[in-house]
Design a protein around this ligand. Structure first.
Ligand SMILES: Nc1nc2c(ncn2[C@@H]2O[C@H](COP(=O)(O)OP(=O)(O)OP(=O)(O)O)[C@@H](O)[C@H]2O)c(=O)[nH]1
Ligand SMILES: [Mg+2]
Length: 227
């Protein structure tokens, strides 16, 4: 492994629809958030690769868990968006099972980036994500996205309110972000790199890591289905 994952060398690895297909991973950072909040756009901006994750004006575009390699067995993960109106109950139940188990049980998950549209942050489902993930003790970083759509005053107010609302939760940080104006991109990149570095420092000795990787199952290639 290189000393530090290099976000701008990211490339698509695989898409999975169920937990048993998750790839072997040393460390990964997941991007969660409502449909249309700007998860895929944030991944593209932070990796500086324009069309790495597919973005769309149609909510619900990302329906699979998409893995992007940033280093050997080290990934950025684009999760399916939630809160998409008119989703059939069966699809919603499947999503809830998949996401809650992924967030609660995935050992390699170093932290969650939670993307919330700065114009309507902390929806009930955003709070659900925090409820699922914060008990793991792993860090959450919130990007208040589309901040370009707010005035300076509204930005400051929103940031203060969200920080205040979450002040009781440890390991949760918040910043303003815009994939359009690049506001906050440097801070977010630095944070991701730090999470990866910390995850690497905490990982097992090389011999053990090698054993673990030899149990890796070949992942099916879903490249054409990713969305
Ligand atoms: N103005 C503005 N538009 C943005 C920003 N980020 C994303 N968008 C737009 O919002 C729409 C949705 O962005 P995506 O990145 O596809 O959102 P997503 O969260 O990945 O959506 P799903 O995959 O459906 O869950 C697209 O039309 C983007 O161009 C931003 O920072 N500012
Ligand atoms: Mg998406």
């Amino acid at each position: 492994m290189t000393a530090k994952p290099v976000l701008n060398r990211a490339h698509f690895h695989t898409s999975v629809a169920q937990l048993r297909d998750l790839p072997y991973s040393r460390a990964e950072i997941a991007f969660a958030g409502r449909s249309n909040a700007g998860k895929s756009s944030a991944i593209n901006l932070l990796t500086r690769i324009n069309r790495l994750a597919y973005t769309s004006k149609t909510p619900g575009r990302t329906q699979l868990i998409n893995f992007f390699t940033v280093d050997a067995d080290t990934y950025l993960v684009d999760l399916p968006g939630y809160g998409y109106a008119k989703v059939p109950p069966a699809v919603k139940a499947k999503w809830e099972g998949l996401l809650s188990r992924y967030l609660q049980e995935r050992d390699a998950l170093a932290g969650m980036v939670l993307i919330m549209d700065a114009r309507h942050p902390l929806t009930p489902l955003d709070r659900q994500m925090l409820d699922w993930f914060t008990p793991t003790g792993k860090p959450v970083h919130i990007l208040l996205s589309k901040a370009d759509k707010l005035s300076n005053g509204e930005r400051a107010l929103t940031l203060r309110r969200v920080k205040q609302e979450l002040s009781a939760l440890p390991h949760v940080s918040v910043q303003l972000f815009s994939s359009l104006s690049r506001l906050g991109a440097e801070d977010a990149t630095t944070l991701l790199e730090n999470w990866f570095s910390q995850a690497q420092q905490g990982e097992p000795e090389p011999a053990e890591a090698q054993n673990a990787s030899s149990t890796q199952k070949e992942s099916p290639d879903h490249t054409k289905d990713r969305g």
